[in-house]
Design a binder for this molecule. Structure first.
Ligand SMILES: Cc1cc2nc3c(=O)[nH]c(=O)nc-3n(C[C@H](O)[C@H](O)[C@H](O)COP(=O)(O)OP(=O)(O)OC[C@H]3O[C@@H](n4cnc5c(N)ncnc54)[C@H](O)[C@@H]3O)c2cc1C
Length: 391
């Protein structure tokens, strides 16, 4: 063992919602270390924080940390679908506030949170433990010896990649967001837009609880060579901001992030290495919403890791099975849709938004939440088969 080595039970790589939630649900006796490469939790912001009020309540997120949305509007170039949502309301998180809240939930545990600390790689030892190399602003390079490693490093899949158990996703959603004061835009209204204004991706306008507005666009690489910055420039040059009732000031904050956009793979457990959150591709394939899934399943993982370390041989399998039950059917179908819609023309988007306008509020939210009943799946498969047969 190297001299500068710290030992713990569980090393968690990544202090995003998944890693922080796993840490908060470990048993009190378990010593964990979270290494997080950024200098602060929740900063810089790499996500737009769209979610649902009922999930925030169920996850116990304080109400002052999200803005509830009553009006959800969809736009394509020549069509629109507006919903005054009554039951299942969307919400927009104060991302930094929520992540810091999630971190505080493990403050009373045997958890060390190391910010500005990057996981560089990991080797399995003969005794089955893992020796990980960490580079930290504070301590330089040192090692952590742990019984288990949780990969919560998001799209980077840093642990799996280092151990040769997986790779960074080949296809990713890349997004950029401008954040600025909300101005006249209603505090309880959100907009999603597609078509020529968002080119090959989609865009969003989200108001936050602290009177800011987030205007973002995302594209899928390598489906397109365009960068989100180019799409944003085209959006500004085309004067589309006025259509949505916003004014982009000269000065704004820029948030940017990456999310996996690959087929769902249910394998999450590799001996004593487990993946979760974006490293496990838990974000929805339709709109790339992954924070509530990262929190919910990070918590399940924390509990099952505790049971596993306590000798319950089936605990990690339970985590894997629970995730599979939650995601596999909807995400397999959703990913099929994702690949299809990534190639939509603006005309095709107009048709889809017109169809969306005819849906009930429940049907619309199910679609945005990537929830598909068997009826929807079978109808879509039937229609695409029919289109193939009839040419
Ligand atoms: C542009 C964009 C918009 C999005 N919008 C939404 C939205 O509206 N709603 C929603 O729910 N989801 C959204 N998502 C998805 C959401 O952000 C993710 O699903 C969620 O953040 C996943 O959480 P996580 O903890 O698994 O990963 P992350 O949030 O990515 O956290 C992982 C952390 O690990 C750190 N890390 C990585 N490698 C290392 C390493 N080697 N050593 C140490 N630390 C490391 C990273 O710095 C990162 O902070 C969006 C994503 C993007 C990119």
């Amino acid at each position: 063992m190297l001299t500068d080595t710290i030992a713990c039970d569980v090393l968690i790589v990544g202090g995003g919602p998944a890693g922080l939630s796993a840490a908060s649900h470990l048993g009190d006796e378990i010593h964990s270390i979270v290494v997080h490469q950024d200098a602060e939790i929740g900063l810089p912001v790499r996500t737009s924080g769209g979610t649902w009020q009922r999930d925030m309540r169920a996850l116990g997120i304080p109400e002052n940390l999200y803005q509830v949305i009553d009006q959800l509007d969809f736009f394509s170039d020549h069509a629109e679908a507006r919903f005054a949502v009554k039951d299942d309301k969307m919400a927009v998180m104060d991302v930094t506030g929520v992540y810091q809240h999630l971190a505080s939930l493990s403050d009373d545990k045997r958890r060390e949170l190391m910010t500005g600390a990057k996981f560089l790689g990991c080797v399995e030892q003969e005794d089955g433990q893992f020796l990980s190399e960490i580079r930290s602003r504070e301590r330089g390079t040192f090692s952590i010896l742990s019984r288990m490693v949780i990969d919560a490093s998001g799209w980077q899949s840093a642990v799996l990649e280092s151990l040769g158990l997986g790779q960074k996703p080949e296809r990713t959603g890349v997004g950029i967001e401008y954040e600025f004061p909300r101005g006249e835009f209603a505090q309880n209204r959100a907009v999603l837009f597609v078509g020529a204004t968002a080119l090959t991706g989609y865009g969003w306008i989200f108001p936050t609880a602290n009177n800011r507005l987030r205007l973002g666009v995302g594209v899928i690489n390598p489906d397109t060579d365009l960068t989100p910055r180019q799409v944003m420039d085209a959006f500004q040059d085309g004067g589309y901001a006025t259509r949505y009732g916003i004014e982009i000031p000269e000065d704004y904050e820029v948030n940017a992030g990456i999310i996996p956009s690959v087929a769902y793979d249910p394998e999450l457990v590799f001996g004593n290495v487990v993946r979760t959150g974006d490293a496990a591709n838990f974000a929805s394939p339709t709109v790339g919403e992954g924070i509530r899934m990262a929190i919910a399943f990070g918590r399940v993982l924390g509990q099952e890791v505790t049971a596993h370390l306590d000798g319950d041989a089936k605990a990690l399998k339970r985590y894997e099975t629970a995730a599979k039950r939650e995601f596999q059917r909807d995400y397999t179908f959703g990913f099929m849709m994702n690949q299809r819609i990534a190639g939509y023309t603006p005309q095709r988007w107009d048709k889809s938004v017109r169809r969306l306008a005819r849906l009930s509020e429940r049907e619309m939210t199910a679609l945005v939440r990537s929830r598909f009943g068997w009826q929807t799946i079978l109808r879509t498969v039937w229609l695409s088969l029919k289109a193939k047969i009839t040419g």
